[in-house]
Design a binder for this molecule. Structure first.
Ligand SMILES: *[C@@H]1O[C@H](CO)[C@@H](O)[C@H](O)[C@H]1NC(C)=O
Ligand SMILES: *[C@@H]1O[C@H](CO)[C@@H](O)[C@H](O)[C@H]1NC(C)=O
Ligand SMILES: *[C@@H]1O[C@H](CO)[C@@H](O)[C@H](O)[C@H]1NC(C)=O
Ligand SMILES: *[C@@H]1O[C@H](CO)[C@@H](O)[C@H](O)[C@H]1NC(C)=O
Ligand SMILES: *[C@@H]1O[C@H](CO)[C@@H](O)[C@H](O)[C@H]1NC(C)=O
Ligand SMILES: *[C@@H]1O[C@H](CO)[C@@H](O)[C@H](O)[C@H]1NC(C)=O
Ligand SMILES: *[C@@H]1O[C@H](CO)[C@@H](O)[C@H](O)[C@H]1NC(C)=O
Ligand SMILES: *[C@@H]1O[C@H](CO)[C@@H](O)[C@H](O)[C@H]1NC(C)=O
Ligand SMILES: *[C@@H]1O[C@H](CO)[C@@H](O)[C@H](O)[C@H]1NC(C)=O
Ligand SMILES: *[C@@H]1O[C@H](CO)[C@@H](O)[C@H](O)[C@H]1NC(C)=O
Ligand SMILES: *[C@@H]1O[C@H](CO)[C@@H](O)[C@H](O)[C@H]1NC(C)=O
Ligand SMILES: *[C@@H]1O[C@H](CO)[C@@H](O)[C@H](O)[C@H]1NC(C)=O
Length: 680
């Protein structure tokens, strides 16, 4: 035991304490101000590559620089002295060219996209020019889409790049103001960047997964301890299906189905920002409306059919057709009650926002000539012109997957584009209600040329054509048409649900009593398979509500009896709000709707070859949190001074320690002595 009592040591302690104020001042300067409402780009992986963004584990710190134009960009990339910087840009600058310059520059370690107003750029999409380039029919039929004649001409492919830094999207006006104020107050004197304190931003979005899905899934399933760590999750959720007439218990060999399908998910670079108005919402809404019209037409004519209709809402299609490839795979291995050879035709509803009366038909086989003729006639009745596309190839569509399994299957896609997408915002943050000119009418009269009327007219024409194909002229159609009470108000309400608020009349009617939907629109990103997507549940229940029958049963009786448990699902929901019944009572609905799993077969097949490209291999990285905050970073000179002081202290302390150890005999007075000067 050694008792310190000698003066030299005390002196050293004092001198150390005198140096510490440098430190405390720095901590004071680092007053963090959080930026709320910032959404992050995150990391996704396919079988062989990684894409998206990640920060360092502790976050990236960069000096804020709002890039106003080419000159600014040049300065930032080549002359900026106080690197690293975080570039703050507006949508005009969010182009592939600029972003790749940031990626390859050592000066930039993060990007913040700010969008200040409701006006969007004239065109912008995060997607590839050839969406789903490596899957579908293109895997064995080359040149379905080329960079010379791409389907998505405005595609930037920003979603398919592995950025080495975090990218955040900020829409909140107050947050934008905060960043802008801080920048203008501290950072605009470019020549002073080395000598003054600068406004800096810390962006934190660390991703646990890396390299590719193969590596990540292997690491996640490795049983090294009793507490397995997940690094990524497969993309996936559920598909929704229903049939016009219930299936029978015994498999019907001679049953024949016309598939009416639409994709259910959108994509974007940023977490939670997938408005998807034109793709997929117009397709979903048209499908739901068609199903609703058809089922009301056939309510009292169940005995009169030679064919059935299978309504399919496919999920995860933006990521190499997750949902359709799973369903097609399930059909092959008899895990789905309908098989490939029972499919008579495949009708897909693509992006539908016709700019004129024209709706394009992309036809894959001459076998549907009759149907197309009927469709043209029915179209004329509602002032629509169905024209056959002159495109030489077939657009990206879920049908491609079913066509791979059954080459004879005839298919058509109805869409608003001919040889290229007319959607300038395909799979992007700007594919909003405003982009399709949607305004909620809320019961007031709809204009003849509104999007609501357009989708309703398409649904009507399609429902009538399907009725003809199903019934084969054997029933009195004038009687049936009168049966349908569905009006264009349904389209208006559905669009309101998907684009403006989940807390809307149709979703409210289709959820169980006591449940309240959120006031934001449903998130249309497929998400990961371990979480059930709310949008899927709402869509399925809306389908049940719009096509099912209200029964006079109580909640406890609201389940299938032993005879019809294969035919129907029963759902206890609020039902329509009428003047007599606007309380939280429930109604029992009976419908043929059901779910199937939409997780790629790649994750089910043992020893799947991840590089083969047969099935979708997309996974999403796990992350803990996203955060963005700004603070004042001391000037470079200040930092250098602090560092120098630190080094001096270090060196001095080494010397002192060396000195102390070498002279310990003289310094530490051996034992005993008085206690008076042991403390300072
Ligand atoms: C993953 O994406 C890259 C680039 O987009 C592509 O070259 C590769 O074929 C994809 N891998 C799989 C297994 O789909
Ligand atoms: C936001 O937009 C307004 C005009 O709409 C403009 O005056 C202001 O400078 C913008 N702020 C930022 C940070 O872009
Ligand atoms: C797409 O947007 C870019 C940048 O805003 C613009 O330069 C280009 O002209 C636009 N292209 C079309 C076809 O509108
Ligand atoms: C449908 O049939 C039921 C009974 O079978 C009948 O009560 C109802 O009025 C019919 N609906 C229409 C629209 O014909
Ligand atoms: C299908 O076959 C069954 C018997 O095998 C027959 O009763 C039924 O009418 C057939 N359905 C159609 C639509 O041909
Ligand atoms: C729609 O109209 C109803 C009644 O007229 C009103 O209570 C409701 O707030 C309106 N909804 C919206 C979103 O304007
Ligand atoms: C809509 O079209 C119908 C006929 O197709 C016409 O009678 C009606 O006046 C039109 N309404 C508007 C608002 O243009
Ligand atoms: C929809 O059909 C109605 C008549 O049924 C017609 O007046 C209207 O112009 C059509 N609108 C569109 C956009 O096709
Ligand atoms: C319609 O019915 C006729 C006989 O009435 C039959 O010859 C024809 O094949 C049927 N068409 C379809 C598409 O089922
Ligand atoms: C078809 O139904 C309508 C109305 O229900 C009726 O007036 C008409 O006579 C029927 N036609 C035939 C051929 O049964
Ligand atoms: C159509 O509406 C009327 C009155 O609102 C109702 O009596 C009838 O049952 C409805 N028909 C169908 C098929 O829903
Ligand atoms: C719904 O799907 C589940 C699981 O796939 C199945 O067990 C059930 O029989 C299906 N119900 C109907 C009515 O198809």
């Amino acid at each position: 035991m050694v008792i310190l009592k000698c003066k030299i040591l005390s002196l050293w302690t004092i001198s150390f304490l005198m140096l510490t104020p440098v430190n405390s001042e720095r901590t004071k300067d680092k007053m963090y101000e959080p930026i709320v409402g910032a959404v992050a780009c995150f990391r996704r992986l396919n079988g062989t590559h990684q894409f998206g963004c990640s920060s360092h584990r502790s976050g990236n710190v960069g000096v804020i620089h709002i890039v106003q134009g080419e000159e600014d960009l040049d300065w930032l990339l080549h002359d900026a002295p106080a690197e690293p910087y975080t570039a703050v840009i507006r949508p005009e600058m969010f182009t592939r060219k600029v972003m790749l310059q940031f990626k390859h520059s050592d000066n930039v370690n993060g990007v913040i996209l700010i969008h200040n107003s409701t006006s969007a750029p004239t065109n912008f999409t995060h997607e590839d020019t050839c969406p789903n380039r490596y899957s579908g029919l293109s895997s064995f039929k080359s040149q379905l889409c080329t960079d010379q004649s791409p389907w998505n001409p405005h595609g930037t492919g920003l979603m398919q790049v592995d950025w080495g830094f975090p990218i955040f999207y900020v829409k909140d006006p107050d947050s934008i103001q905060k960043i802008s104020d801080c920048f203008h107050k501290h950072n605009t004197k470019l020549e002073n960047h080395l000598i003054q304190s600068l406004c800096a931003i810390e962006t934190s979005a660390y991703m646990y997964a890396a390299v590719d899905s193969k590596t990540c899934i292997r690491r996640s399933t490795m049983v090294t301890n009793f507490n397995p760590v997940r690094f990524c999750d497969p993309l996936g959720d559920r598909n929704v299906w229903s049939t016009l007439f219930p299936l029978s218990r015994e498999p019907q060999e001679n049953a024949s189905y016309i598939v009416v399908a639409a994709q259910m998910d959108a994509a974007s670079m940023f977490d939670g920002v997938t408005p998807g108005a034109r793709s997929p919402v117009t397709g979903i809404v048209t499908l739901l409306t068609t199903a609703s019209i058809l089922s009301s037409m056939f309510k009292n004519h169940t005995e009169l059919h030679s064919k059935n209709v299978l309504f399919l809402l496919l999920n995860g299609e933006a990521y190499d057709y997750v949902g359709s490839s799973r369903l097609a795979w399930d059909m092959v291995r008899k895990a789905f009650p309908i098989s490939h050879d029972q499919l008579f035709a495949f009708i897909e509803l693509g992006q539908l926002k016709p700019s004129s009366r024209k709706v394009y038909i992309h036809k894959y086989s001459e076998k549907l000539k009759n149907f197309v003729e009927i469709m043209k006639k029915e179209g004329e009745k509602v002032n629509l012109e169905f024209v056959e596309s002159i495109a030489a190839t077939f657009p990206p569509a879920s049908f491609q997957i079913f066509s791979k399994h059954n080459k004879e299957l005839p298919g058509v896609i109805f869409a608003d584009f001919d040889t290229q997408f007319s959607n300038n915002y395909y799979h992007s943050i700007f594919d909003t209600a405003a982009a399709i000119n949607y305004k909620y009418a809320n019961g007031s009269e709809l204009k003849n040329d509104s999007i609501q009327m357009q989708l309703f007219n398409i649904s009507t024409a399609l429902a009538n054509s399907l009725a003809i194909a199903i019934a084969n002229g054997s029933i009195n159609r004038s009687g049936m048409e009168g049966n349908s009470n569905i009006t264009a108000a349904v389209v208006d309400e559905l669009l309101h649900c998907y684009l403006e608020s989940s807390d809307c009349p149709i979703f409210r009617a289709a959820t169980s009593p006591g449940r309240r939907a959120s006031s934001s629109p449903p998130a249309l990103y497929v998400g990961v398979s371990v979480w059930q997507n709310v949008a899927t549940t709402l869509t399925a229940q809306a389908l049940a509500y719009l096509t099912g029958d209200a029964l006079n049963r109580s909640e406890v009786e609201c389940h299938p009896s032993s005879e019809d448990d294969f035919l129907y699902q029963y759902l206890w929901i609020k039902g329509p709000v009428t003047s007599s019944n606007n309380s939280e009572q429930g109604v029992c609905y009976r419908s043929t709707y059901n779910y199937t799993i939409a997780v790629s077969p790649a994750f089910e097949i043992e020893d799947y070859d991840w590089a083969s490209g047969v099935y979708s291999t997309w996974t999403e990285s796990i992350w803990r949190e996203f955060s963005v905050r700004i603070f004042l970073r001391p000037s470079r000179q200040h930092e250098i001074a602090t560092l120098s002081a630190g080094i001096v202290v270090l060196v001095v302390s080494f010397i002192v320690v060396h000195f102390t150890t070498s002279r310990s005999n003289t310094l530490f007075c051996n034992t005993a002595g008085s206690n008076t000067d042991t403390r300072l």
